[in-house]
Design a protein around this ligand. Structure first.
Ligand code: NAD
Ligand code: UDP
Length: 318
C-alpha cells in the first residue's frame, strides 16, 4: 500500500540492539518514519529511550519467528543475537531467528513490495582459508560446531534472500558485516572490544583467548551505518552480497595493548583457552563497496576506541 505522506516508512528488525539503535537514529535524522521491532533478547528499551518521544518513531515488541503484518516501504533485517555467548545461549532459537525470521520478513517484503536488506556476517566465511576475504569466497564453516547455529543460519538466510530475488523478483540487498564496535554494545556480551574495555576500566586482567595472535578487523559503528544507508540507496539489482568492515587488521594482543594504553589501566594480561572453531584471521576485502558507493571507514581504531571507552566510563563507571 502506497504511503499517504512523502516520508518513507522503514522497518528495522532488531532495532533495539547495538547496531539497530544507531540505524534507527540515522533513519529518523534523515526524515523517515521508523518502526523498530525487537523481542528484547539482547537489545533493550534503554538503547532507544532517547527516540521514544519522536512522533516518527514506533517501538514494537515482536519476535520475528512469528509473522508480522505491517505496511512499510523498506526493511532492514537485523534481528539476531550477534555475540558468540548470546547466540550459543539458545542455539536452536538462533537458527530459527535467522531462518524463520528471514522467511517472515521476505514474505512481508513480497506482500508490500518493499526493498529489504539482510544483515549478514563475515561469519559466513567461517575460519577463512582465503585472506583477506572477498565476496566470491564461499567460506570454511564447520556445520556441526558451536558457531554453526549462527553461521549456518546466516548462510541459509542469504540463500533465502537470493531465492526470493530470483523466484519472486524481490528487491534485495545483502551486506556482510565484519566486527563492529562502539557505544551501546552490550556490556556483558563477551565480545572482545566490550570485554577488554570493561576489564581495563575495572582494573581486572584482560582475558586473551589462546595466544592472542588471531586477528580481527574492527569497524566503528558510525562508519558501518553510513555503509548500510549508502547500499540501501544503490539501484535495484545491486543485490550484493557486499562486505562492510574496516580493513585494518589487528591481533587480539595488539587490541589488548591499545585498550590498556587508552584507558590508562594497570590491568595485566591473562591467557585463557581458545574457544572451539574460533577463526584465526579475518579482514574484509572492501574493493566492491569502495567502487560501488565510494564507501570506506573513516574512524581509526584508536579514535573509535576512545569514543567507546568514554561511553562505557560514563554509563557504568561514573
Ligand atoms: P545485538 O544483539 O545488539 O542486536 C540484535 C537485536 O535483535 C537485539 O535487539 C535482539 O533483542 C534482537 N532479536 C534477537 N532475536 C530476535 C527475534 N527473534 N525477534 C526480534 N528481535 C530479535 O547485535 P548487533 O551487534 O546489533 O547485531 C545486529 C545484526 O548485525 C545481527 O543480525 C548480527 O548478526 C549482525 N552483525 C553484527 C556484527 C557486529 O559486529 N556487531 C557483525 C556481523 C553481523
Ligand atoms: N576474545 C578474547 N578475549 C575475550 C573475548 C574474545 O581473546 O575476552 C577473542 C576471541 O577468541 C576471538 C576475538 O577475540 O578470537 C573476537 O571475538 P568476538 O567474540 O568479539 O567476535 P568473533 O569471534 O565473533 O569475531
Amino acid at each position: 500500500m502506497q504511503a499517504l505522506t512523502n516520508r518513507k516508512r522503514v522497518l528495522v528488525t532488531g532495532g533495539a540492539g547495538f547496531l539497530g539503535s544507531h540505524l534507527c537514529e540515522r533513519l529518523l535524522a534523515a526524515g523517515n518514519d521508523v518502526l523498530c521491532v525487537d523481542n528484547f533478547f539482547t537489545g533493550s528499551r534503554d538503547n532507544v529511550l532517547h527516540l521514544l518521544d519522536d512522533p516518527h518513531f514506533e517501538l514494537m515488541r515482536h519476535d520475528v519467528t512469528f509473522p508480522l503484518y505491517v505496511e512499510v516501504d523498506e526493511i532492514y533485517n537485523l534481528a539476531c543475537p550477534a555475540s558468540p555467548i548470546h547466540y550459543q545461549h539458545d542455539p536452536v532459537q538462533t537458527t530459527k531467528t535467522s531462518v524463520i525470521g528471514a522467511i517472515n520478513m521476505l514474505g512481508l517484503a513480497k506482500r508490500v513490495h518493499a526493498r529489504i536488506m539482510q544483515a549478514s556476517t563475515s561469519e559466513v566465511y567461517g575460519d577463512p582459508a582465503v585472506h583477506p576475504q572477498p565476496e566470491e569466497y564461499w567460506g570454511n564453516v564447520n556445520t556441526i560446531g558451536p558457531r554453526a547455529c549462527y553461521d549456518e543460519g546466516k548462510r541459509c538466510a542469504e540463500t533465502l534472500f537470493f531465492d526470493y530475488h530470483r523466484q519472486h523478483r524481490l528487491d534485495i540487498k545483502v551486506i556482510r558485516i565484519f566486527n563492529t564496535y562502539g557505544p551501546r554494545m552490550h556490556p556483558s556480551d563477551g565480545r572482545v572490544v566490550s570485554n577488554f574495555i570493561i576489564q581495563a576500566l575495572k582494573g581486572e586482567p584482560i582475558t586473551i583467548y589462546g595466544d592472542g595472535q588471531q586477528t580481527r578487523s574492527f569497524c566503528y559503528v558510525d562508519d558501518l551505518i553510513e555503509g548500510f544507508l549508502r547500499f540501501m540507496d544503490t539501484p535495484a539489482g545491486a543485490t550484493g552480497p557486499i562486505n562492510l568492515g574496516n580493513p585494518g587488521e589487528f591481533t587480539m594482543l595488539e587490541l589488548a595493548e591499545k585498550v590498556i594504553r587508552l584507558t590508562g589501566s594497570a590491568s595485566t594480561i591473562e591467557h585463557m583457552p581458545l574457544p572451539q572453531d574460533d577463526p584465526k584471521q579475518r579482514r574484509p576485502d572492501i574493493a566492491k563497496a569502495r567502487a560501488m558507493m565510494q564507501w570506506e571507514p573513516a574512524v581509526p581504531l584508536d579514535e573509535g576506541l576512545d569514543r567507546t571507552i568514554a561511553y562505557f566510563r560514563g554509563r557504568f563507571f561514573a
